[in-house]
Design a protein around this ligand. Sequence first.
Ligand code: SF4
Length: 753
Amino acid sequence: LDKKVKQNNWEEGNFINYKKMSENLAIVRSRLNRPLAYAEKILYSHLDDPHGQEIERGVSYLRLRPDRVACQDATAQMAILQFMSAGMPSVANPTTVHCDHLIEAQQGGEKDLARAVGINKEVYDFLASACGMFSLGFWKPGSGIIHQILLENYAFPGGLLIGTDSHTPNAGGLGMAAIGVGGADAVDVMANLPWELKAPKVIGVKLTGSLSGWTSPKDIILKVAGILTVKGGTGAIVEYFGPGVDSLSATGMGTICNMGAEIGATTSLFPFNDRMYDYLKATKRTEIGDFARSYAKELRQDDGAEYDQLIEINLSELEPHINGPFTPDLATPISKFAEAAKANNWPDEVKVGLIGSCTNSSYEDMSRAASIARDALNHGIKSKALFTVTPGSEQIRATIARDGQLQTFEEFGGVVLANACGPCIGQWDRQDVKKGEANSIISSYNRNFTGRNDGNPATHSFVTSPDLVVAMSIAGSLSFNPLTDTLKDKDGKDFKLSPPTGNGLPERGYDPGQDTYQAPPKDRANVTVQVSPTSDRLQLLSPFNAWDGKDATDMPILIKAQGKTTTDHISMAGPWLKYRGHLDNISNNMLIGAINAANGEANKIKNFTTGEWDAVPAVARDYKAKGIRWVVIGDWNYGEGSSREHAALEPRHLGGLAIITRSFARIHETNLKKQGMLPLTFSDPADYDRINPDDKVDILCTELAVGKPITLRVKPANGEAFEIPLSHTFNEAQIEWFKNGSALNTMAKKAKN
Ligand code: SF4
């Protein structure tokens, strides 16, 4: 185990450290004295302090040392801007940046890419130059989607990766624990701080039997999503095992892990096996495969490992599924789907079929999908629906161009889009229906929330395997079941589509295509980071003020939010994506989706200094200009949804001091602490109802101490003041963040000393 094996073929000096992992694991084993799940083995072997770390699943906070960091271009901007303000010369842990989210699908691959490079030039220039300056690997626009690139190049069995994107778990297809985080967490690891994660529970999924016919790996996660629902994986890692695993390709396992994000799982993973070895070999990493074989005993669960929940799926009996519309956990087997579509009045016509994305664009996916398209072409018919293909990477695009699948898709009537996220994240200039018009689309993507793909809330978006997308696109109808139904060929004769076939790996190896990688330069003396002071998309950050050491008094309640307040309500996505690198501009979306308990409306609150009703950001800016700190009152699970740190940066930037709720989503709570805010909860959740939006409040900040409540003094406009105890989860280190004004200020202070 003492060999020097490089983590990947792109970087010098970053090695896989199975020896250290094995030593750490031995320490933890001697303490816990019980069989471990594979997820536990990876996490515990990456502990910062394996001797002293408290370990209880679902309870303790683990302090971990990830092997790598990855960021996509939308989230990388703020992460790098924050990293810069910590004043370090280069990243402490290997980090890559991937340009995939900002490319809009309009006419097809090349043209769309060229347009995006023009529109986003300043962002790409900033990212490229900052990557050069601080020694990050930079994957240019056109290189592909972050998760596909990670699987092809960086993932390795037993590794721990954090990525600033929810679908980072895709790398679980190579047995890596890959976890989606907010930019603030990425910054911690770039700056060499341990990264904190609540010790996850482990859900075991035992696979028996084997896949065949129209059933594909995607159907496993579609089925699991149906069982566990969008909340069922929260706080847990989903770990697959059992004899059925061997019938899956590594990329198929990647698909399953990828979409585990839809059930809220921390991550999902598969044990190291021969199929992973094959994939490592095909992607020119045989040495890693051999090294993993020598450590194989620790790259799977121990016999007798205990799971918090166990699910069993017999792959031989598993039917193809279609999930949706509007939520990824509404799972319907194909045999019941036509009936469900009718009963629910889902628009029967399939307007668009979309394959690819980070979820399903492996060589195997493309080959199987092309085999169905070819079958249709052989019968003289094409796709009835509009049809698009999003290759996950330049390597996949080049390989399917060489091997013919791409031409098949084009002959079939398809448009091949850029190697990027495109319609999956709403980067889609859709022309075939008007906004508000009810219609159905079907994709091989992972998410199908209302409006996600095309911004049209009336679009019924379904997710399924690429195989079924192609079949349904040919029929142009949701009531079609390719397993039982026939189609008409060009002469009007009935025929049945043959089940898909295709190689898992390209026989002639992968074609890397164009070179789209920028390595950090050896000599960084001449690199400067490019940010124009007049830019409306990028803005260098200035440090937040430190705490003044006093209690905060007479603060207004900016808004008392009622009901669901997700990170989307706090910092909306969509058109705001553009301003991810400009804190002041993006702050104009702060809390505009939250519902005001005073009037039941969004983005309409009373400015107590003027008595006027105005938009939330406008009132916050007015208070800030007048030097008035403010608080927000929130309901249950405040800040659920994504990990975007903008939802925490914006209230801090506009002068907020505390967010007081019935409860928090954990990532958002931590993000608030990192920005120097006070996330506090009502010790008695019923106290939420005692607060009136017009009240003023004092927070006795000087009381802040680990494990002790802090007092909120409420001063109603008419009536007696009263006190309410508030709880918090600050530890010593986090209290320092508050005192210094932010976690970054704390890091910068340490870097100076
Ligand atoms: Fe996210 Fe979709 Fe891009 Fe995947 S393809 S990284 S799910 S936006």
